[in-house]
Design a protein around this ligand. Sequence first.
Ligand SMILES: Cc1cc2nc3c(=O)[nH]c(=O)nc-3n(C[C@H](O)[C@H](O)[C@H](O)COP(=O)(O)OP(=O)(O)OC[C@H]3O[C@@H](n4cnc5c(N)ncnc54)[C@H](O)[C@@H]3O)c2cc1C
Length: 412
Amino acid sequence: MLYDVCVVGAGTMGSSTAYHLSKKENLNVCLVGPGEPERKTEDREVFGCHYDEGRITRIISEAPTEQILAYQGTLSYPELERESSLNIFTEVGMAVIGPEGDAIVDGYVTTTDNFCEKEGLICEKVDENFIKDRWSYFLPCENCYGRFSKKFNGYISVRNLVKACQSVAEKNGVKRFFEVAKGITKKANGCYKVDLENGHAISSKKIVVACGSFTNFYNLLPGKKQLDLQLIGHTVLKFELDEEAVVKMADMPSMIYKPKLDASYIYILPPIKYPNGKTYLKIGHVVRPNFQYKDELGTPLETLSDVQKWYCQEDYPNARKYFKRHFKMMYPDVEPVSEELDFCVMALTTSGKQMIGFVEENFLVAAGGNGKSAKFGLQIGKICADSVVKGEWDCDLLDPEDFKVRFMDGEA
Ligand SMILES: Cc1cc2nc3c(=O)[nH]c(=O)nc-3n(C[C@H](O)[C@H](O)[C@H](O)COP(=O)(O)OP(=O)(O)OC[C@H]3O[C@@H](n4cnc5c(N)ncnc54)[C@H](O)[C@@H]3O)c2cc1C
């Protein structure tokens, strides 16, 4: 079988691309890559960022392009939810809060005010009194300020997003291969050969590679090129809540919060029920471009083995301590039942923007999630699907320059 498009990487961007391709007529499409493992073990080759129930989605943002991506993606969730019968988006709202005069919080406030005004959306000013009235269990720093907006803000289950895209795509005829791709080569006739770990190979006229943090391993890109990605081992701490706390905090939005006395910006996912029946509030820290990584929060990773080991870690005491300290300061009256660390790897680009583009004719890559692209996944998938079919960038709302693919050797 010769496929028209082979999508390599069945994660957030890849599964979304397969979903959008599956809606196009007369196209033979396949999606390559393993599903989520029951347990992360070191004998497994690759992992993904999509193994979680809670990823913040927000149009409260510093970057206008990201507001468009998030907004367009959010408009598409109802259709995908209907088609798959899976719940993806929960509109609990989003707040950005920090000490008065903080330049980064200022940036969020300005772009959000502009966007909400343009789109006719409500965006409320937040101060200490607002917080006392709405979220009395949350103790912010003194003289804090920020914004809260409900519409199009909250969180998505990225796990369900991926499952939904895959199930609809398969229903629409996309062929799924669960193997790891071990190399991609161009044949004399111009088609591509994708070698799978089981020794089989797939032939396809066009390729989309969306392998997240693993994109630079396994010789997937033409000419053994390497994307300009910095890999960062990231840790989050999930706090299990009892029934009383869950009820008390039921109106909690997703949040980005800057404590006064700490250099990091913290993100908080409100109480979310996980497949094990427990409800967790999750805390992580916002990774910004050129962030000087602190050992207490995570670490840069270089090799395939580094990345595999990071995903399979059992504990990271520094991060555990850091997040527990902040939880206690923000929620002094809430006593968690237990805590659970989770490990994941982020692929950062120098610009802080995602990369979506052709690396040669008929060969598109999407990578560089920068720790914030679950919310853009569905829309990035649409751009990839439309562009790979057209043979050039196909998204009038956004400028391809903003998503330019850059390589390790500095070439663009
Ligand atoms: C802890 C953490 C918290 C985050 N929080 C948020 C948040 O609140 N909001 C938000 O919007 N974003 C968040 N993100 C970021 C978001 O999850 C990622 O940016 C996004 O999921 C990346 O999508 P991707 O498709 O590039 O990669 P992934 O979703 O990781 O998918 C890559 C896929 O490729 C597969 N693969 C890799 N190599 C191969 C190969 N050789 N052959 C076949 N398959 C392969 C993997 O198995 C995986 O399924 C967070 C990320 C982390 C780590």
